[in-house]
Design a protein around this ligand. Structure first.
Ligand code: IVH
Length: 706
């Protein structure tokens, strides 16, 4: 790969496109139904390269630039709580260089020299689940899990049963105070709980974290009360008055209100001290009595935290320095190939079961054929020293947090003499169609389309999944059950909506069959009927078109406004040219890859027919107009020239915090140009288009009101 420093502007733009595509693919595979297509290390390396190129050419940053989403949406059964202040995740670093880079980055952002004081608080990263506790007048009124960061589950009744969570606060807390921290379980309590469960013949938990999560998320608070949950406070959300001037003092205040606060937090003046705390905590980790998975470094000065602000899902002022993941050696028994929704041939390792970090592992992802062969799919460079994986090999398995285990090494000295290199199939193991690997793609795909039963079934599972049609009583399990059902087959989305009618005509009715009775058959048909009204964005997402995730579906729904407009634009469009293509790729966030995938889907005969058969069953609801918050909500701003009172990065972050979008170039859609000394062509372009241009002083005034 070409070093970032030597990329020309043109090469950089092409590389950003390639990376956006690869990473979007990897994200979709990781979060969706498919298995991961690349290793974490490779993924991180690509993300880093993307960030480096964007840092060098900020104006080339793509609207679909790869950035992460956190967590999972709330489960059914609990009420939901909208977090007034989002609950965020943390960016990770894995080594000393990462920590130093974090510190350097903050200094650049804040325009601080290498020797200027910049203090941090280092806190253990508790491996539990985060909880937000709302107090009004010092009394606990609500507890919520993180959920997807915006909306969590209401677990108030359960939180009240946790002894370490105060029901009323001591001292003089702010009138409104949302305290955030981690619910966890100690090793000893976890072992006792599992011993009890085993004796009673009920389910044992894989690790303390799962036990804590399972115990808190109980629909019956009595059950939670019987589980020994513990809590550490480390942060806060909505507050009616500031807690303190520094993270350190805020922690002291939280302790004063009666919250457990980690006794292992340290105030550090320099990066070396952060690294010393890390070494100390890592060495003492096994004796702590509860799980920690790293150390969190937070800028101590809350004023600076405010200035640093947030990226999409993570604060800029904090980072998690993770401990290395646990590993173990075991035998590779077989390599299976699964076929995913978009045809991906996903290799899966079957392992002799082994305990890694307290969890029994018997499968691991193998990502793609290059990974098995010992080279990176993205760069062709060797991985694991170029050693390939063969059935019968001894392999080193790594498991980190909740991610699917991976194979990180192979012991050639123990390779059985009869072991042969793995031959990756070039035809689909399910339908026999050719499986091809397109240039630039990490994975091989079955070309059978909807004719491949594996793809058709995975597509249906996607269609009914929670973020799509979300039909109660009709999930992945029912897809498998009905797909080949002789009486009431469901092979494509439209079949779901004709089930009731077809059932009425069948000699044997669903209500008289296997697990169904009168009531559950009626419930199922009612649940299906209730989903005939569907928001446009959900429908677009549910179609399962490659590269079209939830966010893209939202953009498309908002842009086209109705199914009719969307459908006729897709039908009229041709890839690469024409007004419809221009309009589609002109949507902020829709790149050529996504656009081509959409247009192809609407022109592929079988896929199109499935869509056309579905639509008559639905009433499609148009999207709500977005309502922004913040004084600059919905405005598009361009910065140009030098700003003297804040860095470009800070200006951008603050504009975004006030609800604006920051663009790299001036167009008719620009609302405001902020120009400093040295500004040139962009100001001229703004003047030509009649876009308002202001200087830095006016910008600061505007922010003052923001
Ligand atoms: S601060 C806006 N501090 O780690 C900053 N998080 O990977 C929010 N966690 O969601 C997080 N110990 O559940 C923070 N001392 C600590 C933590 C901590 C554990 C968890 C938390 C967070 C996750 C991010």
């Amino acid at each position: 790969m070409q070093p970032v420093e030597s990329l020309t502007e043109e090469a950089a733009a092409a590389e950003l496109l390639r990376l956006a595509r690869l990473l979007a693919e990897a994200d979709a595979a990781y979060h969706g139904a498919d298995a991961p297509v690349m290793s974490d290390a490779e993924y991180d390396a690509l993300k880093r390269r993307n960030a480096e190129i964007e840092a060098r050419f900020p104006h080339l940053r793509r609207p679909d630039s790869p950035s992460g989403q956190v967590g999972a949406p709330p489960a059914e059964g609990f009420g939901t709580v909208r977090h007034r202040v989002p609950m965020l995740s943390l960016a990770n670093v894995f080594d000393e260089a990462g920590v130093r880079e974090f510190d350097d980055q903050l200094r650049r952002f804040l325009r601080l020299g290498p020797e200027a004081p910049l203090a941090y608080v280092a806190e253990p990263k508790i491996d539990g689940l985060s909880l937000s506790l709302r107090y009004e007048g010092g009394v606990l009124v609500q507890a919520a899990t993180r959920g997807d960061g915006t909306t969590g589950e209401d677990v108030t009744a359960n939180a009240r049963t946790v002894a370490e969570i105060p029901a009323t606060l001591s001292g003089t807390p702010p009138d409104i105070l949302e305290v955030r921290g981690e619910i966890y379980m100690s090793h000893a309590d976890f072992a006792a709980l599992n011993a009890r469960a085993a004796a009673e013949g009920s389910k044992v938990f894989a690790n303390p974290r799962n036990a804590a999560a399972g115990s808190l998320r109980q629909l019956d608070p009595q059950v939670t009360a019987s589980r020994p949950l513990r809590f550490f406070a480390y942060s806060w959300g909505d507050v009616s008055e500031p807690l303190a001037d520094t993270q350190w003092d805020a922690l002291r205040r939280l302790a004063g209100f009666g919250f457990p606060v980690s006794p292992l937090a340290r105030l550090c003046e320099r990066v070396d001290q952060l690294l010393a705390v890390y070494a100390e905590l890592e060495a003492g980790r096994a004796d702590l009595g509860y799980d920690i998975d790293g150390v969190v470094y937070k800028v101590n000065d809350l004023g600076l935290q405010q200035r640093l602000g947030f990226r999409h899902t993570t604060p800029r002022w904090a980072v998690a320095h993770k401990f290395p993941a646990e590993t173990a050696w075991t035998r590779l028994l077989a390599i299976d190939i699964n076929v995913g929704r978009t045809g991906t041939l996903a290799p899966l390792a079957r392992l002799e079961p082994i305990t890694v970090g307290g969890v029994v592992v018997s499968n691991a992802t193998l990502h793609n054929e290059d990974y098995i062969a010992g080279r990176s799919a993205a760069t062709g460079e060797p991985i694991r020293g170029g050693r390939d994986l063969r059935v019968g090999d001894w392999v080193k398995v790594r498991r980190a947090g909740d991610v699917i285990p991976q194979i990180v090494d192979v012991d050639l000295s123990r390779r059985p003499p009869e072991a042969v290199p793995f031959v990756f199939p070039t035809v689909c193991p399910r339908c026999g169609s050719d499986a091809v690997r397109e240039p630039g793609d990490a994975v091989r795909r079955c070309t059978g389309g909807l004719g491949c039963p594996a793809q058709a079934m995975e597509k249906l599972k996607h269609f009914v999944s929670r973020k799509a049609f979300d039909i109660e009583g009709f999930g992945a399990k029912q897809v498998e059950m009905f797909f080949d059902d002789p009486l009431l087959p469901v092979r494509e989305p439209a079949d779901i909506f004709t089930m009731e009618e077809r059932d009425a005509r069948n000699p044997e009715r669903l209500r008289d069959r296997f697990r169904y009775g009168e009531q559950s058959a009626a419930n199922l048909f009612r649940a299906i009927a209730s989903r005939r009204r569907i928001p446009l964005a959900r429908l677009i997402f549910a179609l399962g078109i490659r590269h079209v995730g939830e966010a893209t579906a939202q953009l498309l729904a908002r842009h086209y406004g109705s199914w009719e407009a969307f459908e006729s634009a897709m039908t009229a469009a041709t890839v690469g040219e024409g007004p419809e293509w221009e309009a589609l790729t002109g949507i902020d966030g829709v790149g050529p890859v996504v656009a081509a995938s959409l247009v192809n889907a609407f022109h592929q005969e079988a896929e199109r027919a499935v869509i056309d058969r579905l639509i008559p069953h639905l009433t499609i609801l148009p999207p709500n107009r977005p309502v922004g918050t913040g004084t600059l909500a919905g405005r598009t701003i361009v910065f140009t020239g030098t700003l003297e009172r804040m860095t470009r990065a800070e200006a951008k972050a603050r504009a975004e915090a006030a609800g604006a979008r920051v663009a790299g170039s001036v167009s008719a859609r620009t609302d405001l140009v902020v120009a400093g000394p040295g500004a040139g062509s962009k100001v001229r372009e703004a003047e030509r288009l009649g876009v308002r241009v202001i200087d830095e002083a006016e910008w600061l005034d505007l922010l003052g009101g923001a």
